[in-house]
Design a protein around this ligand. Structure first.
Ligand code: MUC
Ligand code: MG
Length: 367
């Protein structure tokens, strides 16, 4: 079970409904498919979604770091030497989604080799998660209409509302319109992607105080060190750290500083190996966790649900597993389906997914 090659394939799939949020917008999934090949012919897959405005990674940068820096350091290692892989990749600071995709493709190959689902290898708590859907920037009316479509079509009843960088009154109007329309039949929380100052964030949260929010995420930058601590100390809801905690050490720093009280676990950012560490740390610190979405395609979403369903703590809350619904197509031979507000872990060894070769041929951009 030795790694013989690590392949990185760029692909591009347009969004049918672009997602807009405080730190950027996404019109097309310009991701990288990572395939780990082994000497026994088993191939593991995962996807890396570059988020230039979040971590500075680009599609070209991910291809380069995997091909030139990561692959040469791990070819020849056994699939079970994941800790060696982690230590070698950790020499490089940054590049979270490139590292995560390599890690998860190795887990997929390991699961396939052992004929066991990765989700069972990780923890095997359950086989499904409730789904939370992200609502990007639009008018209050359009966001209510979109939420209604998602409720009717997929049975999803948890929404993360993108806020920040635009007038606070508009964001408040959106959340108020959603609450008035759906009453207490939906769960709502907000994510500002660092789009406010601490003072603006507290003003916004005060305006939304009667709207029964579950959480507030990344309302202001973590670098506003004292401001953020002050903000978190005034909030009535858990404050989720997302892009401010790309590593377990960042979780420790933010939480012990009083700058966050909950954590978004994104397998696209910490893979399975790093997400286990974040999960265990959160358990030890007694933090709420939410399975987040790095605007993943279906390959990435299969990874997120495999991890989220593996642990009791991550399966408690609805996971963000539906951004792929906004894409015009995807790479899987058997597409993921959200029904009655839930997504099941694909059954089968590894991640339980297969790449459709025709779709990959259509969307890959390296030929
Ligand atoms: C999220 O939760 O913030 C948007 C930007 C990013 O880095 O992730 C997405 C979703
Ligand atoms: Mg976020």
């Amino acid at each position: 079970m030795k790694i013989t090659a690590v392949e990185a394939v760029p692909f591009s799939i347009p969004y049918s409904k672009p997602l807009r949020f405080a730190s950027g917008e996404v019109h097309s999934a310009d991701h990288v498919l990572v395939r780990v090949h082994t000497d026994e012919g088993v191939v593991g897959v995962a996807e890396a979604p570059p988020r230039p405005f979040t971590y500075g990674e680009t599609q070209d940068g991910i291809l380069a770091v995997i091909r030139q820096i990561f692959a040469p350091q791990i070819v020849g290692l056994r699939l079970t030497e994941r800790e060696v892989v982690t230590a070698r990749l950790a020499r490089t600071v940054g590049n979270p989604t490139a590292k995560a995709a390599v890690d998860m493709a190795i887990w997929d190959a390991l699961g396939r080799s052992l004929d066991l689902p990765v989700s069972d290898l990780l923890g095997g708590y359950t086989n499904r998660m409730r789904v939370s859907h992200m609502l990007g920037f639009d008018s209050p009316e359009a966001m209510v209409t979109e939420a209604e479509r998602i409720v009717d079509r997929y049975g999803i009843r948890t929404f993360k509302v993108k806020v920040g960088r635009r007038p606070i009154e508009l964001d408040t109007a959106v959340v108020r319109a959603l609450r008035e329309h759906f009453g207490d039949t939906v769960e709502l929380y907000v994510d500002a992607n660092r789009g406010w100052s601490a003072a603006e964030a507290l003003r916004a949260m005060t305006q939304m105080a009667d709207l029964d929010l579950l959480f507030a995420e990344e309302l202001c930058p973590a670098d506003d060190v004292l401001g953020r601590r002050w903000l978190v100390s005034h909030l009535q809801v858990p404050f989720i750290a997302d892009e401010s905690v790309p590593t377990p050490a960042d979780v420790t720093r933010e939480v012990l500083a009083g700058s966050a009280t909950a954590v978004s676990i994104k397998t696209a950012r910490t893979g399975f190996t790093g997400s286990q560490r974040v999960h265990h740390l959160a358990e030890g610190l007694g933090l709420e966790v939410v399975i987040g979405n790095q605007i993943d395609g279906q390959v990435g979403t299969a990874c997120a649900v495999a991890f989220g369903a593996a642990f009791e703590r991550t399966a408690r809350r609805a996971g963000e597993l539906s951004n792929f619904l906004d894409m015009s197509d995807d790479l899987l031979a058997a597409p993921l389906r959200i029904r009655d507000g839930e997504l099941h872990v694909p059954a089968g060894p590894g991640l339980g997914i297969e790449i459709d070769p025709d779709k990959l041929a259509r969307y890959r951009t390296d030929h």
